[in-house]
Each structure stands twice: as structure tokens, then as C-alpha cells.
Ligand binder design. Structure first.
Ligand code: HEM
Length: 382
């Protein structure tokens, strides 16, 4: 099977039933699988609430962090006001000056990769790219990324070795807010310390909640998208001239990559009252999952969903979520993927995969490939 062939473990049950009751942390959580149902649930925050600290991600994250992530773990109307605080930061990738920085960054990574005999893409390309790009979003010196790179790829997940990986991030962020309160600048941390919510300053926990989500939410998602894109281009060299010659294809290809990779498989919501979800009873206070990965392969919406079509249009994927909480980092993620496609197609002749180890998300009732654990390649410039 092709390395980059997407895999849809939900196909059968999506068609038959539309809901998969899956065990997470010893409890069954119904996963909503159909595109229309997922979109409907993402809109209906009164039935499917995000006002649930630590419990929006599945598995839940009580052991990984000690603050409520913002703005994601809130409902309207508070959500809107929280989201407004960080909106200007997340709009920066729409500016030409910002795009230029990402272009310079990606060009230098490609040159470095091509100068080596071979490169391991996940750790040596995707992680540095994600980390350095984030410094520009947060307006901190690019050298700060070296600290984030040194944390490795799975830093925010518990490693199963008894150590809480989240503690490293918490300590780091506390230090950054301490420094910013002593000497405010024009960086993300200082901006949060100065921000107001309902006429008062944010608490330190609220600042930490915004920063925690920005670091955690934008890490594996970007790394997996970048690694998958490079593997795809290695296996489909015919895509390189096509992308180089047609800038519109770069736009549609970026959306198709987010659809087929769907780096965030699903996310949780809590039902405040007992709710029937496709025949599965969810007791008050229990959770459901909105499965973006299944919705993105719904054959009633996407023609031949298992095919990667770089020119797919329309492409109403929900890879960045849908409705109230749609991804704030989407402009940044799109810019990174588009620039990667543009620079590789303009400068690279060939990418050869030397060794690939897939990243498999293994749960009790399904397994899903999400890009790569490691990807050793040789890159030859044009
Ligand atoms: C929300 C996916 C990159 C920050 C979301 C949601 C999804 C998602 C599915 C919706 C969550 C929900 O409905 O509860 C992705 C994917 C990415 C990506 C696939 C990359 C390809 C990023 C990046 C950042 C980021 C780079 C930050 C640097 C956020 C934030 C939210 C969010 C702050 C919460 C928005 C809200 O609650 O209003 N993301 N994300 N994401 N994402 Fe992303």
C-alpha cells in the first residue's frame, strides 16, 4: 500500500449507523461520524457543550495540565469575548510581511535538507519548522524555538513513563509570564498580561490557559501535516511540476491535505442533559466525540473520499473544525502548508523515501494512521 494512501477506519460503521461507541479511559463515548451530524453538533453548543475544563480533548487531560484551555473550553457568550483577545495574533499570517518570514524559514530548511545525505523529516524538518514559525506568530526571537525543539515531538502527551510531560510546558510558560510582567514587550505573553476580559485583567490561570492551547494545539497538528505532505510529494513526483505551474492548485491541494490527514481525529463535548446520540444514550455530564476524521471521508459529501485529489473543489472538509470553535490557527497552518508546497515544487527535483514509520493512533475500538513517527528521506534540488 502507498505510504500516503489515507485510511478511513470509520467507513463501515459511518454508513451503517453513524455513531461508534468507543471506549476511552474505561468509559464508552459515542463518536459522531457523519459529516452533517458532526457539523450540526459543532453548532449546537447548548446540547454539546465545551464548558468543560480538561474534558474537551479525548482522552481528557486532567493529568497533563492544571489550567482550563482558552478559548476552547468555554461556551458563548464568554467564548466570543475570550476569542477576541487572541484574534489579532492569529490574523498575523494573513499579512505579506509575515508570509515572507515563513517563506525564508522554509527555504532555508529545504536547502539544509538537500545539503545532507538524508534527513529525518519529523524531528529535523517538521518540528523545527513548526517551532520557528510559532516564534513569528508569538513575536518572540526565533532563537526561542531551540528550547521548544529540545522538548521533542511528543512533549505534551504523557509518556507512560510516570513523568508528567505537561509540567515542562507549565514551568516554561510560568517563567515567560514572570519575565513579561517584569519587562513587558510586544510579544504574545505581554499581550495577554495586558488584555481585559469583562472589564478586568486576565488572571494568571487564564493567561496560562491561552498559552497552553496555543503551544499544544498547534504542535502535532502542524508536524503531522508537514511530514505527510513531504511523503506524498515523494510518492507523487508528478505533482511537483503541476504545483509549480498552477498556483491555484496549491490552494486546493492545501485543503485536500488537511482533509486526508485530519491531524486532529476528533474532539469532545459534554452533554449537560441526558441526550440521545444516534441511538446511544449519553447521561447528563457525560461526553460525545465529534469525529472530524470520519466526517472528512463521508462518501455522501466527498466523491471517492479515499482518493487524494489535489484539485478537489469544492472541499467542505472539517479538518479545522466547524462552527463556534473553528480553528484559530487555521490561517497560520494554511500558510505553512501552502508555502511548503510552493517552495518544494519550485526548488526540488526529487524526494526519495529511505525509511518510513507510520504514526498509528491506537484506541480500543479503532486504529488510525496520522502521518509518521519518523520519515527518513533524501532530497535532491532541481
Ligand atoms: C481549534 C484543528 C493548527 C490553535 C481547532 C479545532 C480543530 C483544529 C479541529 C476545533 C476544536 C473544537 O471544535 O473544539 C487544527 C489543525 C491544525 C491546527 C488540523 C493544523 C493543520 C493550529 C495552530 C494553532 C491552533 C497552528 C495555534 C498556533 C487552535 C485554537 C483553537 C483551535 C486556539 C480553539 C478555537 C476556539 O475555541 O475558538 N483546531 N488546528 N490550531 N485551534 Fe487548531
Amino acid at each position: 500500500m502507498s505510504h500516503s494512501c489515507p485510511h478511513d477506519p470509520f467507513a463501515k460503521i459511518r454508513k451503517e449507523k453513524g455513531v461508534l461507541a468507543t471506549e476511552f479511559q474505561g468509559k464508552k463515548i459515542p463518536m459522531i461520524l457523519r459529516h452533517g451530524d458532526v457539523k450540526q453538533a459543532a453548532k449546537d453548543w447548548e446540547t454539546f457543550s465545551s464548558d468543560a475544563p480538561f474534558r474537551v480533548p479525548i482522552p481528557s487531560e486532567e493529568d497533563v495540565r492544571n489550567v482550563r484551555q482558552l478559548p476552547i473550553e468555554t461556551n458563548p457568550p464568554e467564548h466570543k469575548e475570550y476569542r477576541k483577545i487572541v484574534d489579532p495574533t492569529f490574523r498575523k499570517p494573513l499579512k505579506a510581511e509575515f508570509a515572507h518570514k515563513i517563506e525564508t524559514l522554509i527555504c532555508s530548511l529545504i536547502q539544509d535538507a538537500a545539503s545532507r545525505e538524508s534527513m529525518e523529516i519529523v524531528r529535523e524538518f517538521a518540528l523545527p519548522l513548526q517551532s520557528r514559525a510559532l516564534t513569528h506568530l508569538l513575536n518572540v526571537p526565533e532563537s526561542e524555538a531551540e528550547i521548544w525543539i529540545s522538548w521533542g515531538t511528543h512533549v505534551f502527551r504523557d509518556g507512560g513513563d510516570g513523568t508528567s510531560k505537561g509540567a515542562q510546558l507549565t514551568e516554561y510558560l510560568e517563567r515567560k509570564f514572570d519575565q513579561a510582567s517584569e519587562k513587558p514587550g510586544d510579544d504574545f505573553f505581554s499581550g495577554l498580561l495586558a488584555a481585559e476580559f469583562q472589564g478586568r485583567k486576565l488572571t494568571r490561570d487564564e493567561c496560562m490557559g491561552f498559552a497552553n492551547l496555543t503551544f499544544a494545539g498547534g504542535r502535532d497538528t502542524i508536524i503531522n501535516s508537514v511530514a505527510w505532505t513531504i511523503a506524498y510529494l515523494a510518492e507523487h513526483p508528478e505533482a511537483l511540476p503541476a504545483l509549480r505551474d498552477d498556483p491555484r492548485l496549491i490552494l486546493t491541494a492545501t485543503e485536500e491535505i488537511v482533509r486526508v490527514v485530519t491531524p486532529l481525529t476528533h474532539i469532545g463535548r459534554v452533554c449537560p442533559v441526558t441526550t440521545d446520540v444516534g441511538g446511544e444514550k449519553v447521561a447528563a455530564g457525560e461526553r460525545v466525540s465529534l469525529c472530524w476524521a470520519s466526517a472528512n471521508f463521508d462518501e455522501t459529501v466527498f466523491d471517492s473520499p479515499e482518493e487524494v485529489r489535489l484539485d478537489r473543489k469544492p472541499n467542505p472538509h472539517v479538518g479545522f473544525g466547524s462552527g463556534t470553535h473553528n480553528c484559530l490557527g487555521a490561517a497560520h497552518a494554511r500558510l505553512i502548508i501552502r508555502t511548503l508546497l510552493k517552495e518544494i515544487s519550485s526548488n526540488v527535483k526529487m524526494i526519495e523515501i529511505l525509511e518510513a514509520k507510520r504514526n498509528i493512533e491506537r484506541e480500543a475500538d479503532y486504529s488510525r494512521e496520522v502521518a509518521y513517527d519518523s520519515l527518513q528521506v533524501k532530497i535532491t534540488l532541481a
